[in-house]
Design a protein around this ligand. Sequence first.
Ligand SMILES: [Zn+2]
Length: 261
Amino acid sequence: MESLSAFYIFCIGACLGSFMNVLTCRLPRGCSIVTPPSSCPSCRVRIRQFDNIPIISWFILKGRCRNCGARISIMYPIAEILTGLLFLAAYLKLGMTSQMYLAFSIIFFGLAAAFADLMTALDTENFECGIIPDGIVYTGLGVGVVLSYFANDSIMFPVYGAVTGFLGLFVPSYLFKLIRKKEGMGGGDIKLTAMFGAMLGAKSVFFIIFGSAFFGAVIGIAAQIILKKKNMMIPFGPFITLASIIYLFYGKTLDALLFGI
Ligand SMILES: [Zn+2]
């Protein structure tokens, strides 16, 4: 029974990952997420039901459109597999609890923001700044406040968290703008940190900010060396999500290390 429900949870994650692909593909371009039904971006032919199965279809089609042979990004099955695996990990760690549903929302909205940011950055010529759609962060913030309230039995937990997350990035980016007279941090990054603050609590914000800055710096420097480009802008959203998901699974250990409690 246990393995059957684990499989079921993975499939739910993969299907939501598939829906996430629709969001990350359409929202930054201002398209509707309901109509038209899924179609190939190259030849506009509608994707048939049996070619639209999460994970499996991409491998059967070998990453190409059945009609015109245009490449389908490998990011799509990666998003589906990742969502499925993280949902499974949350279920195994937390069981069927209100904490598990909160974890699902952190994974879903976090990955949606990260992939939207990454995919829009990949679309630009010099891999400049991506877009984190407001629709994703605001919906995530709303859902996060409600689920966080049920999981923590306190309305102040998400409220303090959201405010701390917002100020934690807004203040340094405002000061940066004041001193250097140029944009430091995107507005989307600030809203995303506020969303995670509401979901994971005020205490998490410290690790989210410093953890994401650390991962961003390491990957950023590595990318500049490998790609031999200087002053590259890299989208920051994926690192905020990475730090938040690490905190989701290892928050207790991190709090003990950082605050000694
Ligand atoms: Zn096509």
